[in-house]
Design a protein around this ligand. Structure first.
Ligand SMILES: *[C@@H]1O[C@H](CO)[C@@H](O)[C@H](O)[C@H]1NC(C)=O
Ligand SMILES: *[C@@H]1O[C@H](CO)[C@@H](O)[C@H](O)[C@H]1NC(C)=O
Ligand SMILES: CC(=O)N[C@H]1CO[C@H](CO)[C@@H](O)[C@@H]1O
Length: 402
């Protein structure tokens, strides 16, 4: 027993070393790693996943045509070149009944050529295909079967179609513990013969951050988001308390992006995207990418913000100071840099100050401050940084010590 424990620890250390290519990452990273017992060994999610899912905009109205047109638009809009890679379908893609061999059957009315044909098309664009399942007897829509009791068979079916990603929901679960149900699918995916990203969607009910890092590549920490300021800010806050559990291989998931769905202002969407990026949340676009406004494209394709999300250090930024709805969020980045968001959640214009002592910098340190939305640089800032912003707006910076 002791022998296998040591082997486990060493194997994980060996894997970690291989994964980061022997690079020596800084002290913060190794301290965060100490909280992790083990990681899911599929090697995926070294940075948070990026892509698209139909649910926030289209609900269950999906089709072969929508997936193909979305893949086309992801390429033509330039989003795929920025790292948005997974094209994920949500609930409703299968017939209500399995076939006589117990296999899931794509719904003929919306996927007449089957799922493999769609996967081939998406792969042909240099993208990856995600599918949806449920760790219960039926999915949430009740339109299709869940995978409870069929985990091995369904994982092999997904692999045979060339599926790259599984979002796994939590409806109709017979009150069996999520740890048990999600672990069974995790093992089935590892045995499926294909590397499949595993996204747990158990809504944060059973504190998944504490057990999911060796089960999946991301785990929802909240119930579903909707396209409103209150919903978005509350997901951000609920997700924040699990920050120390996020690391390369497994991420906290406050749910998918609503940017571009018209329920929030441009400044609110900018804040949504900034906080998701800082919190190392999955960046899964939830709007119709075939018809985005210029503001939506500008937000989703901000390379500097995306690179905070995809930073190799993989430490989730947190809310470090909050007073009367004026907030400072920050977190370390590779190379001794710091990512900073000043966020005015109050109802009027305000100034917010980040003090170095609150964001992990020594007061004497002078930094170069890059404003990631204005795309401008302040050459030398020491001790604190103050900015004024409109209600619900934020400023986002990368601070590089000089
Ligand atoms: C579903 O999508 C199709 C094709 O995009 C569209 O024509 C139709 O209006 C949508 N139906 C609903 C109920 O939104
Ligand atoms: C959206 O979420 C907010 C906050 O959680 C909630 O108050 C509101 O009722 C929700 N709106 C809809 C349409 O579900
Ligand atoms: C709730 C809150 O603190 N609101 C503040 C937002 O900023 C304005 C302008 O500085 C303040 O007057 C409000 O009190």
């Amino acid at each position: 027993m002791a022998g296998s424990t040591w082997c486990g620890v060493l194997c994980i250390f060996a894997l970690w070393t291989v994964v980061i290519g022997g690079r020596v990452l800084d002290e913060t990273r190794s301290m965060v790693d100490m909280k992790r017992r083990e990681l899911l060994v599929n090697g995926l999610a070294q940075t948070p996943q990026m892509g698209w899912n139909n649910y926030n905009h289209f609900s269950r109205n999906i089709s072969d045509q929508l997936i193909r047109e979305t893949a086309d638009a992801m390429v033509s809009s330039g989003l795929s070149a920025l790292g948005y890679r997974y094209i994920n379908m949500d609930d409703g893609w299968a017939e209500l009944n399995r076939d006589s061999n117990g296999n899931l059957v794509p719904r003929a009315s919306i996927f007449p050529s089957g799922i493999k044909a769609v996967a081939d098309y998406v792969h042909g664009k240099g993208l990856q295909l995600g599918i949806y399942g449920d760790a219960g007897t039926l999915t949430c829509s009740k339109l299709m079967p869940g995978s409870l009791g069929y985990e091995e068979q369904d994982a092999k079916t997904f692999a045979s179609w060339g599926v790259d990603y599984l979002k796994y929901d939590n409806c109709h679960n017979n009150d069996i513990s999520p740890q048990e149900r999600y672990k069974t699918m995790s093992k089935a995916l590892l045995n499926s013969g294909r590397k499949i990203f595993f996204s747990l969607c158990e809504w944060g009910q059973d504190n998944p951050a504490t057990w999911a890092p060796n089960v999946g590549n991301s785990w929802r920490t909240t119930g579903d988001i909707n396209d409103s300021w209150d919903s978005m800010t509350s997901r951000a806050d609920q997700n924040d308390k699990w920050a120390s559990y996020a690391a390369p291989g497994g991420w906290n998931d406050p749910d998918m992006l609503e940017v571009g769905n018209d329920g929030m202002t441009t400044e609110e969407y900018r804040s949504h995207f900034s906080i998701w990026a800082l919190a190392k949340a999955p960046l899964l676009i939830g709007c119709d990418v075939r018809s985005m406004s210029s503001d939506t494209i500008e937000i989703l394709s901000n390379k500097e913000v995306i690179s905070v999300n995809q930073d190799e250090l993989g430490v989730q930024g947190k809310k470090v100071k909050s007073h009367a709805s004026l907030e400072v969020w920050a977190g370390p980045l590779s190379g001794g840099r710091v990512a900073l968001v000043l966020w005015n959640r109050s109802s009027s214009k305000a100034s917010i100050t980040a003090h170095w002592s609150d964001i992990g910098l020594k007061p004497s340190v002078s930094v170069q401050a890059r404003d990631l939305w204005a795309h401008s640089t302040i050459s030398s800032v020491q001790g604190k940084l103050t900015a004024t912003m409109e209600s619900h707006a934020c400023k986002m910076y990368v601070l590089t010590p000089q």
